[in-house]
Design a protein around this ligand. Structure first.
Ligand code: CO8
Length: 382
């Protein structure tokens, strides 16, 4: 039996209503640090406790390339007596926040693909964190959309979206689904430690959605053939969050530092850059392509310098120049790191100008460690 051609026929983006600039973020953090230092003044004076140090806009922009981030709720994050978002607990009968943003992105992706929810026969909710243990977010999203088939959740941190795309491709190739909706709701603001200056600037909220279907039924005016997918993982504790259902049984503090995002940023940078570059090169080689054959790389959006190194390793280009920006567009200056959604936002926002036959690579990398690449080719449509 002929293996079906599988295409990406639509993408969608939910963008939260609030922006936090670096200046606003630093102002709130520094006010929090001052409050903490005043509160612990005696212990600090006695040398029993180190004072908290201020954050700075210059450091953030130089170290990461991030200039602002979108969040669903802003006031709680910027309140120096709180420093995390404030969400109303919704009753069980009301659509959950995570499902709400996923439905918004999904509707946009379906509209771009020219599909209705009735055409969807699988929903994969792939994200770095789920709002609850069960029922699966994907099933709630499936019901809210009015889609058929089945849904399930999956988490591979920042690589959740690319890993889900491979599952969707496999389902369509195997014939168990014809049209799969992958959604990546990332409410990172609720599990970021805004009180830690080493990481308080890193993340933003967003949701992306991708429609993956059999080319035989695709009707979108723009379609991307999925040439191949390649996934890899290698265990590391350098990005970790210990929040989970064992906390209560272990009598550990649910508000302790290790129950939110933690990382050894420098180690991650050094270890993941070569891993991602080698992964992309090896993946391209299986199809007899060279990195120079690729018209555009939509890379994971964690750090500007990281993407510059990856592009330099692959094609020797300098991302800060015009060619580099066109070759591997950046969205992290505006969105910050949005976990699994980053490379998909880059693809969503920077694909329309490519020509039929152009080759591209979507690549994510992050906690796990995990790396996922998706080689795509813009189709020539009649
Ligand atoms: N302001 C001023 N100074 C600062 C600040 C600040 N905000 N923060 C740190 N400094 C200081 C440090 O204390 C240090 O001082 P000293 O030299 O005296 O010790 C100095 O600045 C340099 O610090 P670093 O070495 O830490 O700085 P780097 O240049 O390494 O930059 C980065 C830090 C930006 C974190 C960088 O290392 C980086 O981006 N690394 C890659 C990270 C990455 O890719 N992580 C992937 C994580 S995403 C993922 O997998 C998904 C997880 C799930 C999502 C979770 C959502 C919440």
């Amino acid at each position: 039996m002929r293996q079906p051609t599988v295409v990406i026929s639509g993408t969608g983006l939910y963008q939260p209503p609030h922006i936090i600039t670096n200046a606003e973020l630093v102002e709130a953090f520094n006010a929090y640090a001052d409050l903490q230092n005043a509160h612990h003044a005696t212990a600090i004076a006695a040398g029993e406790r180190a004072p908290m140090t201020h954050s700075s806009v210059e450091f953030i922009e130089k170290a990461s390339g991030i200039k602002q981030r979108y969040v669903i709720e802003k006031d709680g994050v910027l309140d120096p007596t709180r420093m995390y978002p404030r969400f109303r607990q919704r009753p069980d009968g009301e659509l959950s926040v995570m499902a709400e943003i996923a439905v918004d992105a999904a509707r946009k992706a379906l509209a771009a693909a020219g599909k209705t929810p009735a055409d969807v026969d699988a929903v994969y909710c792939a994200s770095a964190n789920m709002q609850r243990a069960y029922p699966a977010m994907a099933v709630e999203i499936q019901q809210a959309l009015g889609a058929g088939g089945y849904g399930f959740d999956m988490n591979v941190a920042c690589s959740s979206a690319t890993f889900a795309i491979e599952q969707a491709v496999n389902a369509v190739r195997a014939g168990s689904a014809n049209c799969v909706l992958v959604v990546n709701p990332e409410i990172t603001s609720a599990h970021l430690e805004w009180r830690d200056r080493d990481c308080h600037f890193i993340f933003g909220d967003v949701c992306t959605a991708v429609v993956i279907e059999n080319a035989d039924t695709a009707t979108a005016t723009e379609q991307w053939e999925i040439v191949g997918t390649k996934l890899a993982t290698q265990f590391s504790n350098n990005i970790r969050n210990n929040f989970g259902f064992m906390n209560r049984a272990e009598d550990s503090d649910p508000l302790a530092r290790d129950k939110t995002f933690m990382q050894e940023g420098r180690k991650v940078f050094k270890e993941v850059v070569p891993m991602a570059a080698a992964h992309i090169e090896a993946h391209l080689a299986t199809f007899k392509y060279q990195p120079a054959d690729v018209r555009r790389f939509w890379l994971h959006q964690a750090n500007l310098g990281m993407n510059q190194f990856i592009i330099k390793k692959l094609v020797g280009a300098d991302l800060s120049g015009t060619v580099g920006a066109d070759l591997a567009p950046l969205i992290l200056d505006e969105y910050a790191n949005t976990a699994s959604a980053g490379s998909i936002i880059a693809f969503h926002a920077h694909k329309a100008d490519l020509k039929a036959g152009d080759l591209g690579v979507i690549c994510s990398f992050g906690a796990g460690y995990s790396v996922g690449s998706v080689i795509v080719k813009k189709l020539t449509l009649p």
